[in-house]
Design a binder for this molecule. Structure first.
Ligand code: SAM
Ligand code: SF4
Length: 466
């Protein structure tokens, strides 16, 4: 197949020259950059590179506390919950780090039927989820792309008690503009796609077969998605394949390209680190493994660099690492995840069918309780996308003043919905306490908007949002 566009906006020479110049992170310069970041106007590639070389514990702590401050200012105490829904682990590509790669004979293959997808959806609804991320390998069943569209339709149609899934994001292969249009018509929220690595030689070395070998087809996927009218795209990198500094700066070039061409950058950024996977050597011995301290530094720096972009932390990471990153800028988390198709029904999840090993095995309720004990508000909100607040409109709304009157009330009303419909007695009382603390922290105008919404939920109304 012919690649229509080359990803020339990724310029490795520029990235390498910034990294080779290796700006010395002297304290006065670092503090100047932190002051700039507090203005919420982001940072340049050179500035990100400078902060990435900070090693002094004292300056690192200042980076972390600035990230915390920005996170608090823009996102308040909210953490949005979602669950991945793996519908198929059949794949025609050969990504050496992934258990789903085509020639892996150790993996049990499975493509869910629509009834099985509905069954998985009902389980997720019973856990309290309102938002799912549909994930699939890249070998489709005979009816092809229609299978994906049918899966999305099935999930939206499925009801369980008073609950339903209100937002479906997808992590799928790059598509043509026409297919992106079909995904948009099917009602997807975010189209998520990880470039894995922006370093072309590494990309070629780890993608051995199939359509995914084409770096440019993948790197230009967001251009096609946005051309098709999908405003919310989710970027990510697979950390461990190549030098993290190179990757982060290249990702910034990608972000700048989207901002220049479409006026808006990515809706979210994800931070998957390579985890062990059945039938993959590289997954157990990543060549550029990122340690916890660099991982935290990188997350904090990105919070400063792209303050309004949502940042996602999956259950690849352990509970302890996840907890630390919440304060550094993470705004969305998955919980109770399975990465094998049918894994929610099967209970424990089958390692022989899973994409990779999970770090956090706790149930949704356990994660909710933990998050509440740390003072965060679990949010099951899906309002923005359903009110058409996507792309630039979302970014405008994300300015701190505005968000207070939308996101925080919506977080509390959807959390209360969760407490009423799905939580056990312990979670309920801790959650109610958190809601009253959050109400006390609100100004009069905010509380005046939120209290009636909470009363509506208590009276039995559902899906109450502004
Ligand atoms: N097949 C599509 C693709 O590759 O873009 C979408 C689904 S794929 C299952 C989703 C993501 O899982 C990949 O983009 C990759 O970053 C991540 N992944 C693959 N193997 C992994 C591993 N061993 N550890 C952590 N994440 C992994
Ligand atoms: Fe297939 Fe995606 Fe896994 Fe690659 S990462 S083998 S494309 S499922």
């Amino acid at each position: 197949m012919v690649t229509e566009q080359r990803a020339d906006f990724i310029n490795p020479e520029v990235v390498e020259s910034i990294l080779t110049a290796r700006a010395v992170p002297i304290a006065s310069r670092v503090r100047e950059l932190l002051a700039k970041a507090r203005e919420l106007e982001g940072l340049s590639m050179e500035e990100v590179a400078c902060l990435s070389f900070v090693e002094s514990p004292e300056l690192l702590e200042e980076i972390f506390s600035t990230a915390r401050q920005i996170k608090e200012e823009i996102y308040g105490s909210r953490l949005v919950f979602f669950a991945p829904l793996y519908i198929s682990n059949r794949c025609s590509n050969e990504c050496t780090y992934c258990a789903f790669r085509a020639t892996n004979t150790e993996l049990k293959r499975r493509t869910l039927t629509l009834e099985e997808i509905a069954e998985e959806t009902r389980i997720l609804i019973r856990q309290g989820h309102k938002r799912v991320l549909v994930v699939a390998g890249e070998a489709l069943p005979p009816r092809g792309f229609q299978y994906i569209l049918d899966a999305i339709h099935t999930i939206y149609e499925t009801r369980e008690g008073a609950g339903e899934i209100r937002r479906i994001n997808v992590n799928l292969a790059p598509q043509t503009v026409e297919r992106f249009r079909q995904l948009k018509s099917a009602g997807i929220g975010t189209f998520q796609l990880f470039q894995e690595t922006y370093h072309r030689p590494t990309y070629a070395a780890v993608h051995l077969r199939g359509r995914k070998r084409d770096y440019d087809w993948r790197a230009t996927a967001f251009d096609r998605a946005m051309e098709a009218g999908i405003d919310d795209v989710g970027m990510g990198l697979l950390f461990g394949l190549y030098d993290w500094r190179f990757e982060v700066l290249s990702m910034m070039q990608h972000i700048h390209h989207l901002e220049e061409r479409f006026g808006v950058g990515p809706h979210t950024i994800s931070f998957p680190r390579i985890e062990p996977a059945v039938g993959s050597d590289i997954a157990s011995h990543p060549p550029f493994a990122v340690g916890n301290s660099d991982f935290k530094k990188m997350i904090a720096i990105l919070r400063l660099a792209v303050p309004y972009t949502g940042m996602i932390m999956s259950t690849r990471e352990t509970a302890a690492v996840r907890r630390e990153t919440f304060a550094l800028g993470i705004s969305q988390i998955s919980a109770g995840s399975r990465t094998d198709p049918g894994g929610y029904k099967d209970g424990e999840g089958d390692p022989q069918g899973s994409q990779f090993q999970l770090g956090d095995h706790r149930s949704v309720e356990e994660v909710v309780n933990d998050v509440v004990s740390l003072g965060y508000t679990p949010s099951f909100c899906t309002a923005c996308y359903r009110l058409g607040r996507t792309g630039q409109d979302f970014m405008d709304l994300a300015k701190p003043g505005e968000i207070k009157y939308h996101c925080q009330p919506n977080a509390l009303s959807t959390f209360l919905e969760y407490l009423c419909d799905y939580a056990g007695p312990g979670a309920k009382s801790a959650g109610e306490k958190l809601i009253s603390i959050e109400l006390q922290r609100m100004d009069r105008q905010q509380a005046a908007c939120t209290v009636p919404m909470l009363n509506q939920v208590r009276r039995g109304e559902r899906d109450v949002f502004v």
